[in-house]
Design a protein around this ligand. Structure first.
Ligand code: CTP
Ligand code: CA
Length: 218
């Protein structure tokens, strides 16, 4: 059995990437979610492997090809993802690219809600902010990287999240421009830390490589 191990700035480092949407079920056949494809997270994982990292991807429901040598773990809900991340909170690098649902139904209906009953209000409650929890429990020498999806005041809002969640870096995305965001193959991002901001446009694969090259000075 041969396996190519890349040398690079992430050699010997444990890298955990979250990707894709979460699903919050209302009843056995209905859920709240979002159109995340998982492409940006999977691209970040490939780029981390190319820099020598030992990569685990924890992903919601996605339809994407997997890369040999990367460990993939599937989850469904935000609660599942939180449980999994608690087991990976000691990683050297955490990249939180998943589009985590902010809300979950307050009550799960064990049987299909029939249409005649469905006129009642759907009560929601907030989910755990996983990235904020990771920021509160950040390990010494860990690099914690978040994403931010903004439709206005991109840099200002992303900087607030960087600070509030105790992150080292945040990658700000928008969906307002043409041909970018959720399901597209290309994207425009702004990479932000306490000192700097830098923007990259292009394919998600190329952008992911540029982001990690900037962060890890590859
Ligand atoms: N995130 C998380 N847990 C949540 C919600 C978000 O870990 N329950 C993470 C996302 O994976 C992302 C970052 O937090 O890395 C920012 O997500 P975003 O939706 O942009 O920001 P929120 O903090 O959820 O605030 P809002 O949606 O109100 O802008
Ligand atoms: Ca959110």
């Amino acid at each position: 059995l041969t396996r190519t191990v890349s040398e690079g700035p992430l050699s010997g480092k444990k890298v955990v990437v979250t990707a894709g949407p979460t699903r919050e079920f209302i009843d056995p056949i209905r859920f709240i979610s979002n159109p995340s494809s998982g492409k940006m997270g999977f691209a970040m994982a490939d780029a981390a492997q190319q820099l020598g990292g030992e990569v685990t991807v924890i992903h919601g429901p996605v339809q994407l090809p997997k890369t040999e040598g990367i460990n993939y773990i599937g989850i469904t809900s935000t609660a599942d993802l939180f449980e999994e991340m608690k087991h990976h909170a000691d990683a050297d690098v955490i990249i939180m690219a998943a589009a985590v649902s902010d809300f979950t139904p307050a009550d799960y209906h064990g049987q299909k809600v029939k249409k005649d009953e469905a006129k009642e209000t759907l009560h929601l409650q907030s989910t755990q902010d996983i990235l904020q929890w990771l920021g509160q429990h950040k390990q010494e020498a860990q690099t914690l990287i978040g994403f931010a999806m903004e439709t206005e005041d991109l840099v200002k809002n992303a900087r607030q999240k960087l600070k509030k969640k105790n992150l080292d870096w945040i990658i700000a995305n928008t969906i307002s421009a043409e041909n970018v965001g959720f399901e597209s193959d290309s994207n425009t991002v702004t990479v932000i830390n306490k000192q700097s901001t830098e923007s990259f446009a292009g394919s998600k694969k190329k952008i992911a490589q540029k982001i990690l090259a900037l962060i890890f000075k590859a």
